[in-house]
Design a binder for this molecule. Structure first.
Ligand code: UGA
Length: 436
């Protein structure tokens, strides 16, 4: 089987490499020439564990190609996946579909045979049907089918998520579209992955509903964390105690500085707009968006309070900048409002992240010192703020902190340190939702 994927960004590249690994011939069409050159040279423009090898292996095996021209990529493809970006549109929070429709139009005009056009990008409900209408209008001569196949992979564990998903969702209007996708995902039959077949609109909404629900789960536990601090409870115990109820589930109940990344903030905002426009506004999702935004903004004040109410002239070590570990992605990272807030309150910030330093630099105030490593960030610091739970930070021993730091404040926004060990070592420790 042969497929084309339009867009060699995060989703396109991971899906392309994984489908190729399944034995499919995949052409990933990337419009950015510089990016294509990188990919051809075996360089991956993003940090994702295992992706460089998977791409290199499949390029070497001849199953994964990066053609310069779209025509070349699609000319013998049975399915064409649209995996271009859908950023938040400026001003109104809607998903910007400019890239999606530009890609679809280009594909439709270049087609010389019937294909199934599959959206992998997260697109608002109704987009698949619009693509179908566009296909009828532009190519009445061809039997073009449309399917929606949303992606649920997480950055940092994208390959595992793609290869061993909890489920695959396929929204399709025709048996042929269903059959092509069934064939593509056939290797997952071996691990008995359920494939949920739905209509186009349902598949499109499933993606937003899944992200909305997970964002809501995180926001819920974050609010419980605030409550825990007031009443002397421990949010980790709450998460465990409720999460063991199979109806709730233990995952996505880690309290923290608020969710970030390229998906939850964008998709909750888009879902809010979709629901409002459809005349069925979601007050829950509206709250999730507002509560999470406020939470990220409030983190700087939390650090200031933990430092005794004033950080003027103090040196603060910020460990972790990326929105989560195992990625270099800085989009909507909680570290950004935090660092800006500390700087504007007169602090000196020494920051380090194992992967995101280059991405972080232009987004941070110039006065932020980007340290060469963890030890340098900690040297002479009055306080340590742990923002992203990279393994190397988890492993930091209190004795090591004592040796490097000048002060004794530890603000652990991910609850990775042992409060008892920290306090025994003489630190003033504060976590999230853990009573002092
Ligand atoms: C998320 C979803 O988990 C994926 O299923 C989905 O495919 C993806 O969005 C997408 O729509 O493309 P991702 O943004 O890569 O994946 O990362 P997550 O691991 O979900 O984390 C998102 C944010 O939530 C991070 O800021 C993380 O720190 C935060 N989080 C997550 C918590 O604060 N607590 C948790 O318990 C879990």
């Amino acid at each position: 089987m042969r497929i084309a994927i339009i867009g060699g960004g995060y989703v396109g590249l991971v899906s392309g490499a994984c489908f190729a690994e399944f034995g499919v011939s995949v052409a990933v069409v990337e419009a950015d020439a510089a990016k294509r050159q990188m990919l051809l040279g075996g360089q991956i423009p993003i940090y994702e564990p295992g992706l460089d090898r998977l791409v290199a292996d499949n390029v070497a095996a001849g199953r994964l190609t990066f053609p310069a021209a779209l025509e070349e990529g699609i000319h013998d493809a049975e399915a064409v996946f649209i995996a271009v970006g859908t950023p938040t549109r400026r001003g109104d929070g809607h998903a910007d579909l400019t890239y999606v429709f530009a890609a679809v139009e280009q594909v439709l005009r270049a087609l010389d045979h019937p294909v199934v056009i599959v959206t992998k990008s997260t697109v608002p409900v109704g987009t698949g049907r619009k693509i179908l209408e566009l296909a009828r209008e532009l190519r009445p001569d061809l039997a073009v089918d449309v399917a929606s196949n949303p992606e649920f992979l997480r950055e940092g564990s994208a390959i595992g998520d793609f290869m061993r998903p909890d489920r695959v969702v396929v929204g399709a209007e025709s048996e042929r579209a269903r059959e092509v996708l069934r064939q593509l995902y056939r290797p997952l039959n071996l691990i008995e992955t359920p494939i949920v077949f739905t209509g186009l609109e349902s598949a499109e909404l499933i993606k937003y509903a899944a992200n909305g629900f997970l964002a809501m789960k995180i926001t819920f536990i974050n609010e419980m964390a605030d409550l825990c601090e007031k009443v002397g409870a421990d949010v980790n115990d709450i998460a465990k105690g409720i999460g063991l109820d199979g109806r709730i589930g233990r995952k996505f109940l880690h309290a923290g500085p608020g969710f970030g990344g390229s998906c939850f903030p964008k998709d909750t905002l888009a879902l809010m707009r979709i629901a409002e426009e459809a005349g069925a506004p979601s007050r829950l999702i509206q709250s999730v968006v507002a509560v999470n935004d406020a939470r990220k903004e409030a983190m700087a004040a939390r650090v200031v309070a933990a430092c005794g109410g004033d950080v003027t002239g103090k040196t603060i070590a910020v460990l972790g900048l990326a929105f989560k570990p195992e990625t270099d992605d800085m989009r909507e990272a909680p570290s950004l409002p935090l660092v800006r807030g500390l700087i504007s309150r007169g602090a000196r910030v020494q920051a380090f992240d194992p992967e995101a330093m280059t991405q972080a630099r232009p987004l941070l105030p110039e006065s932020v010192v980007l340290a060469a490593d963890t030890a340098e960030a900690l040297t002479g610091a009055d306080a340590l703020v742990l923002v992203t739970e990279w393994n190397e930070f988890r492993a930091l021993a209190p004795a090591k902190l004592k040796e490097l730091m000048r002060g004794n404040a530890v603000i652990d926004l991910r609850n990775v340190f042992d409060p008892k060990a920290m306090r025994e070592a003489g630190f003033i420790y504060s976590g999230i939702g853990r009573a002092a």
